[in-house]
Design a binder for this molecule. Structure first.
Ligand SMILES: [Zn+2]
Ligand SMILES: [Zn+2]
Length: 284
């Protein structure tokens, strides 16, 4: 008996053709292709993804879930498990473009405000010679001419391309942030660059809320904050320094915990039914 069939191929094809998809779209595809099968439970969905991954594993690919820190939504994408970022980007971008992209990511990750964004002007002003020097630890005199001659127009075109291909995204403030493909495929870069972790889920806190105590380094994703402080027994204070945590900037909508399934173990939250906002919900 074949391990996977046309039901599995339908999702692989959709992910390859359309790029990362929202978890709800992936579940919709799953339910559609399983039309005559009564079992469309969460367990059956994870079995379905598991079977796809067994097959993709032969070619070192994986259907991976990851959260977009800007909109808080979970997406699925097919990712290359072994290649480094040069191999992942190399078929589409030139070496100077990849060096530029890495420099943009590094600058975004160093955003001390926790907003995980840089302006278009900041991105265009990134110098590639310092990037090359940093990587090779060599003499800046040896910067290849293709890097030296990488013009403003080429940077602008590269940014446009990276945005279109979802390696970068436009943030709510109209600046440049990381795209969903970067979240799914470039996790190792976040580790190498020592991005501070979210105190709740232990993932890199790129777009995160910072503790109001300037001497405290705690940060949490806003979706992690919502879940944490939604629990009535949890005081709305920083878990490290105890300073009051201002929740006024948070969207007061109670998150749907069912949608957080893939992260349930990490977050150690009970699987409870969706409920309406009550007096215990976050205050304005
Ligand atoms: Zn988190
Ligand atoms: Zn603190």
């Amino acid at each position: 008996m074949a391990i996977i069939d046309s039901r599995h191929h339908a999702l692989i094809q959709a992910l390859l053709a359309r790029g990362p998809l929202l978890e709800k779209e992936v579940k919709f595809i799953f339910k559609t292709v399983c039309e005559n099968n009564t079992d469309v439970s969460e367990r059956a969905f994870h079995e379905y993804i598991g079977r796809i991954n067994k097959e993709l594993d032969f070619v070192q690919f994986e259907a991976r879930a990851g959260r977009n820190q800007y909109d808080g939504e979970i997406y699925y994408g097919v990712v290359n498990k072994v290649a480094d970022e040069h191999a992942k980007l190399g078929t589409q971008y030139s070496l100077p473009q990849i060096a530029f992209f890495k420099a943009v990511i590094e600058t975004i990750l160093q955003d001390q405000s926790g907003k995980g964004q840089i302006s278009n002007i900041e991105a265009l002003n990134i110098r590639l010679d310092s990037q090359v020097k940093q990587e090779s630890q060599g003499d800046p005199g040896q910067v290849p001419s293709a890097f030296k001659q990488f013009s403003m127009a080429q940077k602008d075109k590269t940014l446009e391309d990276l945005l279109k291909n979802r390696w970068l995204c436009a943030t709510e403030e109209g600046k440049i942030g990381l795209g969903i493909r970067a979240f799914l495929e470039l996790r190792s870069l976040f580790k190498n660059l020592d991005v501070p972790f979210c105190d709740v889920c232990n993932e890199a806190g790129i777009k995160a809320e910072l503790c109001q105590n300037e001497e405290c380094s705690v940060r949490m994703h806003d979706y992690c904050l919502k879940r944490k402080f939604q629990r009535p027994q949890v005081a709305r204070v920083c878990p490290s320094c105890g300073v009051n945590w201002d929740c006024s900037g948070l969207n007061t909508e109670v998150p749907d915990l069912n949608e957080a399934m893939p992260y349930q173990d990490t977050l150690r939250i009970p699987h409870v039914a969706k409920r309406q906002r009550s007096s215990r919900g976050l205050r304005h």
